[in-house]
Design a protein around this ligand. Structure first.
Ligand code: GDR
Length: 324
């Protein structure tokens, strides 16, 4: 039985990835913080249905000794490094901890794997934020990195650490340059979940308005379960490489809002307010990725389009309210 280690297993992607790997017969291990065990109702809610089938290890990614212990105990064949402070907006407010955590955690994990599980294949969650203020769209693997947020800078430094470990030490390590990917398990701070949860509350008469930032920002939104499939495919390839994972389509936040509100029989213009506090500095780019390489080399294919993702998110949000 192949063993896989997932950091960030309780997040949106970690939970879908754990499901995928279990369905393929893997022994699945995850690293979580002590606080997640203590507050499991909230912090482990995405994986509550998997708890009797996965192995959780309490460790802190900023403590290299605790990471070494986990790596030596498991000796994973594959490691998916998804854990990171991932909300881009916070990175404008909390530069030092986001930069330190994201870069150091990646470094410690790579160092532990190199020393104690050198044959382990490693996936690293890169991001379209690596591209930052590019002018051309769509972006692909040849587009130069030019991050415009501390989060993006932390991902770029981590990416170069990964590449360095691949080139210097021969580790089988891959980076997925993932564009936004959504699902009913998306955190409430991200714009898609914020829009869906607010629109549902408005529909149910629980609130009247929602305040958003830049409605003209463009994103390439995909379906999270498709993106974890891409992660797995990267580690099954003959050689390690980096891949853009995206849909090739871009939509504005306004279009997303309109689709959600219309699906609930509402007119968004009656309910959406624009609040400058949610605007971000330097956001002029149309983020749109070209998935040609992963489609042609690894045979990856997305299964859901934006309207299907929205329909699933809205249905799940309504169900949460009906459950109580
Ligand atoms: P993003 O996701 O920063 O692209 O990063 P987010 O959903 O936060 O923002 C998407 C776009 O919506 C605009 N926006 C708002 N965003 C939020 N959160 N709240 C608002 O009220 C609002 N109004 C408008 C934003 O300006 C932005 O343009 C996500 C994360 O998952 C990263 O970790 C990941 O690396 C990238 O996607 C790919």
């Amino acid at each position: 039985m192949k063993k896989a280690l997932i950091t960030g297993i309780a997040g949106q992607d970690g939970s879908y990835l754990a499901e995928l790997l279990l369905s393929k017969g893997y022994e699945v291990h995850g690293v979580v913080r002590r606080i997640a065990i203590e507050d499991s109702e909230h912090k482990l809610k995405n994986i509550s249905h998997l708890l009797d089938r996965i192995h959780l290890h309490v460790a802190s990614l900023d403590n290299v000794l605790s990471l070494i212990k986990v790596v030596r105990t498991i000796e994973p064949a594959e490691c998916y490094h998804l854990a990171a402070s991932s909300f881009v907006s916070y990175s404008f407010e909390d530069e030092i901890s986001i930069l330190n955590n994201n870069v150091n955690n990646t470094h410690y994990l790579l160092a532990a794997l190199r020393e104690f599980a050198p044959d382990c294949r490693i996936y690293f969650a890169g991001s379209s934020e690596l591209f930052g203020s590019v002018v051309a769209a769509p972006q692909d693997e040849t587009t130069p990195f030019n991050p415009r947020s501390i989060y993006g800078i932390s991902k770029m430094a981590s990416y170069h650490l990964l590449k360095n470990y691949r080139e210097q030490y021969g580790l089988f390590s891959c980076a997925g340059i993932l564009y936004n990917h959504e699902s009913p398990r998306r955190g409430y701070e991200f714009v898609t979940r914020k829009i869906v949860s607010s629109a549902v509350k408005i529909k149910l008469g629980l609130q009247k308005t929602v305040a958003l930032g830049n409605l003209d920002a463009h994103r390439d939104w995909g379906y999270a379960p498709d993106y974890v499939q891409a992660m797995w495919l990267m580690l099954q390839a003959d050689t390690p490489d980096d891949y853009v994972v995206a849909t090739g389509e871009t939509h504005s936040v306004r279009e997303f809002v309109e689709l959600v509100f219309t699906s609930l029989g509402l007119d968004y213009q009656d309910h959406v307010q624009v609040d400058p506090q949610f605007f971000r500095p330097t956001e002029k780019v149309r983020l749109c990725g070209n998935p040609h390489k992963i489609e042609s080399v690894l045979g990856w294919k997305r299964t859901a389009c934006l309207s299907e993702i929205i329909a699933e998110m809205v249905t799940a949000e309504l169900a949460l309210h009906h459950q109580g």
